[in-house]
Structure formats: structure tokens, C-alpha cells
Design a protein around this ligand. Sequence first.
Ligand SMILES: *Cc1c(COP(=O)(O)O)cnc(C)c1O
Length: 389
Amino acid sequence: MKARKLLMIPGPIEFEPAVMQTMAVPTPSHVAPNFIETFGRALELMREVWCAPSGQPFAIAGTGTLAMDMAAANLTENGDPVLVVSTGYFGERYAEILRRYGAAVDVLSAPPGETVSLDQVEHQLKQKAYKLMTFTHVDTSTAVLNDARAFGELGGKYGVLTVLDGVCSVAGEEIRQEQWGLDVVLTASQKAVGVPPGLALMVVSQKALAAFRNRQTPVCNYYADWGNWLPIMEAYENRKPAYFGTPAVNLIMALQTSLDLIVQEGMDARFRRHRQTGTAVRAALKAMGLNAIPSGDAWSANTLSAPYFPEGVNGGELLGHISAAGVILAGGLLPSLKTRYFRIGHMGAVNRSDVLATVGAVESGLRKCGFPVESGAGLNAAQQVLDTE
Ligand SMILES: *Cc1c(COP(=O)(O)O)cnc(C)c1O
């Protein structure tokens, strides 16, 4: 019997076998011709996956938090007014990062499970000439999905640079960076992009690069300074060797492999598949009697779900039963609700069997905890969604 459990958390996710094989290749020099080709190709593929034909891609060793840090460090100077729209844990993190760089940060926060209304955001944008606005596409602590297109439009209307924290959404939720006018769309390798942890990824608009070039003061972070990395990214794309900091060679190769698979699937098909998967998991949870943190389907993420533990069920015990049934899920993350809910990641390579195995494990775990679930209720609901075209 296979010993491996299914990893259904919001990153790291289950990776494609081809991606894992690339990780095991003997590491070439970072200036070997075949690696230069691979890195250059990965950057080109990022533009396709981000739907940003004239954006500037960056792939840097680090995590998603570095990507957040980089956008903040390069686009703000001491005293710059910045608006953070927060829907949970990662919104709060973004405010903290921006304050480190001396930005004058205003935060609009939504209660758990809700979004900040677009009217409220617009009202705030009228109050002050903000330089930058950040928002979390999918806040991984609440599974709340923001309307990225509307944020892009507001940014354009009020002349504010927009930064989308897409760490839990890029290559899963629909994003059309250029068409929607988003200036920075950032993520990390281990989420829907489908590569082991270790890469900070972002695509930057020409408008944001111009703002970076117009800075009056140096970037207050040496490693994160786009001035150091831009010539490197340009060189690799022009198939020339370059060095600033040694790239994470195997991770970059794995990135190229994964992006290739994503582009082969096609972005429209991939967005549709994630919507269907998200709908199936939500339907299953509802059929089993579980409530989710997002208070409405229209702002529920398709890349992960965040259901509350039902009344009378011990969360640790439930996750233990689910793990014993072969599926690893994540606990809560938002400090105010941490022990009251759990999280299921369903992005990237996740397939129909993974979804059904997960729903089945939750169902039997609930019964073992003494919570009444009609046999097959979750599975039937999920299958009904997955069987529709
Ligand atoms: C995971 C995540 C992050 C942080 O990424 P790390 O790679 O853990 O640093 C930031 N924002 C969101 C929305 C995330 O889901």
C-alpha cells in the first residue's frame, strides 16, 4: 500500500511528477547555456501565465513574503501614503512590511469572512492621493476572494499603483494582469504555480517600473532592490549569462517545467477547472453540514476552503482522523478564530480523485467525531459538480 498521504493544504501543494523529476536533475552551473535557455523560457512563460504581455517578470530565491517585501521596498519611499485593503492575516502582514519602509499606511479591514466594499475603497481613495494600494486576492487565512479586476480599475481611475498579493491565487484564480491594469502581481512557487517552496515570483507593469525609476532615494533593502535584479532578468531573457545572486537553479528549472504544463492546459481552462473544483468542495462541505468563513459564494476562493469545525467537534481530533484516513489538512491561521476552523487547499495539480479522497476523509472523520453526516452526502454533492461540463 502506498504510504504517502495526500497533501491538501494551501501550500506547499501536491506537485506534478514532472516537476519533482526536474528537482532531482544534477544541478548545472547557473551560467550553463541550457540553464540560461531554461531561465529565459521560464520568464517568458510567466508573462503568459500572468496574462501580462508587456510586464517585467522577476523570479528570485525567497518566499512569497519576499515578493511582498520587494514590491513594498521598490515602490515606496519614506512618508509615501499607502492604502492596505486587508481581508485577514496577510493583509495585516502587508501593512507591517510597508511601515518598515516608512510608508504612511492606512488600513481598511474587513471582518473575517467579509470583503471591504468597493464603495468603501473608492471613498478612501478620494480622501488622499495614495501612491500605492495593496490587496490580497485570496486571503489564505479566511478563503475570502477579492474582485481583482475592480481593484485594478479603481487604481487606474485614481492614479494609484496596485499591488495584488496573489500568493494563493496566481495560476488558479482568474487574473488578467494587463487587461485589468494591475501593477504588481506577486506569488510564491509552492502554491498554485506548483513548484516546491523557495521562489518569490512577480510581474511588474511598465508603469510601476517607471515609478521605481523616478525614486528620489535608494531602495532600503539591498537584496530586494529591483535595480540589482532587473539587468539579470533581462540578460536571461536575452539568453545571456549574468550574475547578481546565485539563482535557485533546480527551482528555476522546476518552474519552467510547471509553467510549461500550465500553459499547455491553457489559462482559460485552468481558471475554469479551479472554479469547478472550488464549487465542488464548497458544495460538499455544505452537504455535510459545515459552514465556511466566507459569508457568500461570490467572495469564496476557488483555491482553498476554510470551514468551521461544527459545534461539539474537537478540531484536533477531526484533523487527526482525516490524517489517519490519508489526507493532510491545515488548521486555522487567523489569530481571532485559529482554533475554530480548518483549511483545505485545492489548487494546482489537484485532480478529481484528490477532491473525492479529501471529501471522503472529512466525511468519515466527522462521523468518527460523533457528528451526524449522511453516508455519501459530501461525495454526492462534489460529484454532481465535477460531473457537469
Ligand atoms: C502563503 C501566502 C503568503 C506568504 O508566502 P510565504 O511563501 O509563506 O512567505 C502571502 N500571502 C498569501 C496570500 C499567502 O497565501
